[in-house]
Design a protein around this ligand. Sequence first.
Ligand code: EPZ
Length: 416
Amino acid sequence: MKTLVVRGGRPLCGTVFIHGAKNGVLPLLAATLLSNEPCTLDGCPEITDAACAAEILSCLGCRVGRCGERICVNAADGTGVRIPRELSGKMRASVTFLGAMLARHGRAELFAPGGCVLGERPIDWHIRALEALGVTAETDGQLLRFAWKRRRGGETELPFPSVGATENLMLAATGAPEPVVIRGAAREPEIAELGCFLRDMGAEIEGEGSDAITVFCSKPLHGANRRVLPDRIETATYLAMTAACGGDLSVRHTDPSLLLPVLEALERAGCTLRCLDDSIRLVSDGRLRGVGSIRAEVYPGFPTDAQAIVTAALLRAEGLSEMEDAVFPHRFRHVSELRKFGADVRTVGSRAVIRGVARLNPANAEVTDLRGGAGVLIAALAAKGESRIANAELLLRGYAALDTYLQKLGAEVFFA
Ligand code: EPZ
């Protein structure tokens, strides 16, 4: 187990270059299974979730090569239809290979997906929407077995714009004999990115980024190359860190248009922001003010993945702030960890109520989940003195070069 040691209380100054998106690269890697021809993805972050996805492709028989931020996949021998328990359980996105395996092989076997514990995370909507296309699902209580003997296209509807379910349907739909229309689809930028990559591979795609997506493949998909979109949550994390600690940060290789609600909240808290097409500059004196209520929602609303991060930035903000989460109503395991730093934050139903305190104290805390852990790191960076954060390897699931990036900004952090 890794521990992150943080000697906080310093402003953060300098420039960070944002990596490709964790939640963008994972579905693209699953999509590479759809063609017998080589695919190349650039801008792949060096994070453990991407390594896990590459391992899944290898275990399905694909040849996977990595050189820096470039991953090359040749799925010509990708004949495997089962993801072993160990790999299924390593991350939530293991379930995204289901759609790709069904499209390619007409069957798939996997175990319950793992990933961050954010409350209940069933896959019932994935299954029900796939069943509408003729997929059958059965389980012995452990292994989930899917078969797609009578393939058909047509309409399928999601009761809630689930990101994972939309991705699975888009991937599976490439194996349907007629067009598939996904109603109630998620509109996250990572979904639009997947639509673009499938189009690069030769699929006919309409409506990606809207709540109705049409997918049709009249011929086998070919190989394609793509650069992964920038990580909007990594961007939000470095901005929130600087907001909380004070400083002057330039974020490059990002896209401000993908996180407008976060920028709006940080401006309301008193930060000065200047945005260009692919960069954001944030200046903060660390003395923030409360922002009232924020409600995390599906895109284009305030992202649930920035909920814990912005909560942590507001711990010393004068006045009251409330953070509600409508996507994961129980995503507040980080709150008890933040309290260890002397923060006045508590949960009330599906809200965190934050009353700003004058200062935070160093503490020994732990990472409960990826984004909650980023919130704990923000508290430690803002607290003068030495904090130790246990279970810190979880942060490496979604943040590449975290310690070196922070050191370059003037922070004193290191993994022990
Ligand atoms: C994706 O998770 C992201 N993960 C999450 O990011 C992100 O928080 C989430 O979308 C929402 O934006 C990846 O892309 C790998 P959902 P996913 O299906 O697909 C419920 C991070 O920190 N639901 O949109 O799992 C579910 O329980 C991670 O980077 C069902 O009830 O999210 C949740 O309450 C964490 N049944 C809500 O819907 C289903 O069949 C949204 O989940 C599917 C989902």
